[in-house]
Design a protein around this ligand. Structure first.
Ligand code: FE2
Length: 400
């Protein structure tokens, strides 16, 4: 009988999580598509770049791992060393960074693991397609999820409904609270038993629930980003994307955080980083400019919350104060967020030139996904519910 654990109430009460089932490492190992005893999750394609990506997968015991690739022109290669000269290895997670791939090439990629305990077990993941991000491509196509909160029914339906593309961006609140360490691998790498990064390499943006719980500090061990930080920027075709970490929805000293968070410093660091990124040519000159962050930077009702009586931020006032001027100077067109569990579209104004698009909540009736597509003439977002009904669509012309 599979072990299931029900969530309790969400401490701190910012946004009520779904009362979904929580996958444990044990549950996931029994159901994983990999099906093996050594690799416990699919080899997840994360953080695609212009020259490669990173693969991350779970292992049941001490293991070495590497990644093999083959291209349509017959070339092939292997990524099998880490930054310190080791073959990548781990006793829970193996990560392999692949470099040197080329734009415009269709690759097939697989991960291989061998046990590091002398038992000589070896397992291979299936070959999966991959293309690097291409800043010079005429078009790009991508999808956005948010606030899945470990709701298995929602994740399965999102996985089935979401088309493949250049990337899938998971815009925070992947979990409820990280109360147990063995929730990390199945929740992030094999959610609801699905191989979510197949044909759509994954970016992760941190949500406020992803930083809660005593094991939250471990999440960076399982999540690759292009630069190893929770804020990063990338270009895909005519669109420049900036991903930011809005932190928690209450001040750092709120008692519910137990002294574990320091987001006021991280917001300031991002403010300084942002000023430099928007001056780089591929961001400064991009025809379209998009920001992802979990907590919205604008909301319908911007009253300041009373944190002493259970209030929390529906929009991240502290983040906006730190980043707004740079985002306006950059001519950011849209900020895409989650957090509120209710969909919203707040068009740009004179004071806030960037529009604010907000996706839905964790329950299947409230869940949404956003498809984005751009070419030289326009950038279009369509937000749909799990039945495929269009909730919102928004279009932009290129910045002159
Ligand atoms: Fe949420």
């Amino acid at each position: 009988m599979k072990r299931r654990e029900f969530l309790g109430s969400v401490a701190g009460g910012a946004v009520a999580g779904s009362a979904g089932l929580v996958r444990t490492a044990e549950t996931a190992a029994a159901e994983t598509p990999a099906g093996g005893s050594l690799m416990t999750t699919p080899a997840v394609h994360m953080a695609p770049r212009a020259d490669g990506l990173e693969l991350v997968w779970g292992v049941s015991r001490l293991a070495c791992g590497w990644v093999e690739w083959k291209a349509e022109d017959g070339s092939n290669g292997k990524a099998h060393e880490d930054a310190f000269g080791f073959v990548p290895q781990g006793d829970r997670i193996v990560r392999v960074r692949i470099e040197g791939l080329k734009t415009g090439v269709n690759y097939q990629i697989r991960a291989v693991s061998e046990s590091g305990d002398g038992a000589k077990a070896r397992e291979e993941s299936p070959w999966r397609p991959f293309r690097v991000l291409d800043a010079k491509a005429a078009t790009t196509k991508f999808a956005v999820w948010n606030d899945t909160h470990q709701n298995e029914e929602t994740i399965k339906k999102l996985h089935a409904a979401t088309p493949q593309g250049d990337f899938l961006l998971w815009n925070g609140d992947i979990c409820n609270n990280w109360d147990k360490e063995d929730w990390l691998a199945p929740t992030l790498l094999n959610p609801a038993g699905q191989d979510v990064s197949t044909g759509r390499p994954m970016f992760v943006v941190w949500g406020n629930h992803d930083v809660r719980g005593k094991w939250a500090f471990k999440m960076p061990e399982l999540v690759a980003t292009p630069n190893g930080r929770p804020f990063y920027a990338f270009r895909s075709g005519p669109v420049a994307f900036i991903c930011l970490h809005t932190g928690e929805d209450k001040p750092d000293n709120h008692p519910s955080f137990g002294g574990r968070v320091a987001f006021e410093l991280l917001r300031q660091e991002q403010a300084e980083w942002l000023k430099k990124v928007v001056e780089l040519p591929e961001f400064r000159d991009a025809p379209f400019r998009v920001v992802f962050c979990h907590i919205p930077l604008r909301w319908k009702n911007e009253e300041i919350a009373d944190y002493a009586i259970g209030g929390y931020d529906h929009y991240s006032r502290l983040s906006r104060e730190a980043w707004h001027n740079t985002l306006v100077a950059w001519k950011a067109q849209i900020v895409i967020s989650g957090h509120t569990h209710q969909t919203a579209w707040i068009p740009g104004t004179t004071e806030f030139p960037y529009g604010q698009l907000v996706g839905g909540g964790p329950k299947p009736q409230a869940a949404t996904f956003i498809e984005g597509v751009a070419d030289v003439s326009g950038l279009k977002f369509v937000m749909k519910d799990l039945e495929g009904k269009v909730i919102q669509d928004v279009s932009f012309k290129p910045i002159a």
